[in-house]
Design a protein around this ligand. Structure first.
Ligand code: 4AD
Ligand code: MG
Length: 447
């Protein structure tokens, strides 16, 4: 244990400030474990019997002053010999939803989004989330990408799926009978189109922020509000180049997370997904595989008795199909490329391969989750893009997007990675609601 967890840098380090994680009372001494959330480790506090153990309950917040001494126990290097213990806030253990020494299922904890972060498991998940966020930023910085804040409120539906939350002022705040923005405005489903604008000036850009989808889904991998890591790269002419960045992002940040917070990752694996460490090593040491959508459908058709949805060329891949494909690939992540044009949004680059007519799209499927990344080469050719927009009746709305092809257009491409799905994949968490502090999904917006 390091002294690091003994009060954070912003507090007087002569005092330990935190929450009691355990209380053990012996004849003459009292042992407390106090945690301040900065790491998984709690500091052991040793107090003599003059302190009233009834005051010092599991869950209470305390300030402890004393001497940091070498611990006689092998379990920790140092302990705090208490001279003064002050209860900052009592905790009523009878009604506190978490009990000392009890292992609470993640599903139970979900009922208490305001308190579950005090448990070891959620504490570890959320610290890993914080480390992973830093790792992703550092990956892009190290590779020369410029970070862009793309807007949360937008007038476009990038994915064209109509899964939009509309933004309007509350009735009290109406500025006029008109819309606040004069046009319908929505919470963003993706920052891609704004990133494309920026890649036309900065070459390599990324964004990492909340995105919103009104998907009526209770699935274990969909949220109404999730974080997406998106990158856009100019002068990219092949999916191969894009896939290299995607694989690099996944592997490099995973290695950073494993080395920066090993205790938290280990705790998650132990309680949630035993054996997950080996599965991650397997993913790290193998090159990701590549197959075309057409090959994927052939493989699925041969196993169609296993599925609820019959696999068919021209139809979307369902989660059950994606999971099967990953298993079929020996649990190595697999890129599926070149999807039918009709399945994908207007901006994807036409492969001009009639009669199949596919686009240069790529999805990365990973064990336990299925689709983790979605990306493509973008249609940089003015006339092709114009045709797609006309087919969908979007020409007027996307004049500005056509302008990008009119003024210094370049071949380019990009991708988006669902951050919660990434955490699910590395921690082995089955339900996406357990890797975000405050999950929002159909019929639920607690707090
Ligand atoms: O495949 P999607 O829809 O791709 C895009 O939005 C592109 N515009 C991204 C880009 O190229 N810049 O979403 C990207 C990823 C998915 O692969 C998935 O991991 C995640 O975002 N995702 C969700 N995660 C949680 N809840 C949802 N409702 C999600 N929808 C997509
Ligand atoms: Mg997708």
């Amino acid at each position: 244990m390091t002294v690091k967890c003994w009060g954070s840098a912003f507090h007087d380090t002569r005092a330990l400030l935190g929450w009691i994680r355990s209380v053990r009372s012996q004849k003459e001494v009292l042992f407390l474990h106090v945690n301040d959330g900065s790491s998984l480790e709690s500091l052991q506090v040793v107090a003599d019997s003059s302190f009233d153990s009834r005051e010092l309950a599991f869950g209470s917040s305390v300030e402890v002053q004393g001497q940091l001494v070498k611990s006689p126990s092998k379990r920790q290097n140092v302990e705090l010999k208490a001279e003064k213990i002050e209860v900052v806030g009592n905790c009523d253990v009878k009604t506190f939803p978490f009990k000392y020494k009890e292992r609470h299922p993640l599903e139970y904890m979900r009922q208490y989004p305001h308190l579950r972060c005090r448990t070891n498991v959620l504490g570890s998940i959320l610290r890993v989330r914080s480390e992973a966020t830093a790792a992703i930023h550092s990956f892009f910085k190290d590779n020369g990408f410029v970070h862009i804040h793309t807007p949360i409120i937008t007038s476009n539906d990038c994915e064209g799926a109509g899964e939009l939350f509309q933004v309007e002022p509350s009735s009290k705040m109406k500025v006029s009978e008109e819309n606040f923005f004069n046009v319908p405005a929505f919470l963003t489903v993706s920052g891609q189109l704004h990133l494309e604008v920026m890649s036309g000036a900065f070459t390599q850009v990324f964004t990492f922020g909340p995105t919103f989808r009104a998907e009526n889904s209770q699935s274990r991998r969909h949220l109404a509000e999730f974080y997406m890591v998106e990158a856009e790269i100019s002068f990219v002419e092949s999916l191969q180049d894009l896939m290299q960045v995607m694989e690099g992002l996944f592997k490099t940040t995973l290695m950073m997370v494993l080395s920066n917070c090993p205790e938290d990752v280990e705790l998650c694996h132990k309680f949630i997904a035993p054996g997950q460490k080996d599965r991650l090593e397997h993913m790290l040491k193998n090159n990701f595989l590549i197959m075309s959508y057409t090959e994927a459908v052939e493989i699925l058709k041969k196993a169609s008795q296993n599925f609820t949805f019959t696999p068919e060329w021209g139809a979307d891949l369902h989660t059950e199909h994606e999971k099967y494909l990953v298993k079929h690939c020996g649990n190595i992540p697999v890129f599926v490329i070149n999807y039918p044009l009709v399945l994908k949004p207007f901006y994807m680059r036409d492969n001009e391969d009639s009669p199949q007519h596919t686009v240069a799209a790529v999805d990365l499927l990973v064990p336990g989750v299925g689709e983790l990344f979605g990306g493509s080469l973008r249609e940089e050719r003015y006339h092709f893009l114009e045709q797609q927009l006309a087919r969908l009746g979007l020409t007027e709305a996307y004049q500005w997007y056509l302008d990008l092809r009119r003024f210094g257009s370049v071949p380019h491409g990009g991708f988006g990675m669902g951050f919660e799905r990434y955490l699910q994949c590395i921690l082995g968490v089955d339900n996406i609601k357990d890797v975000i502090p405050f999950p929002r999904f159909t019929h639920s917006c607690l707090l």
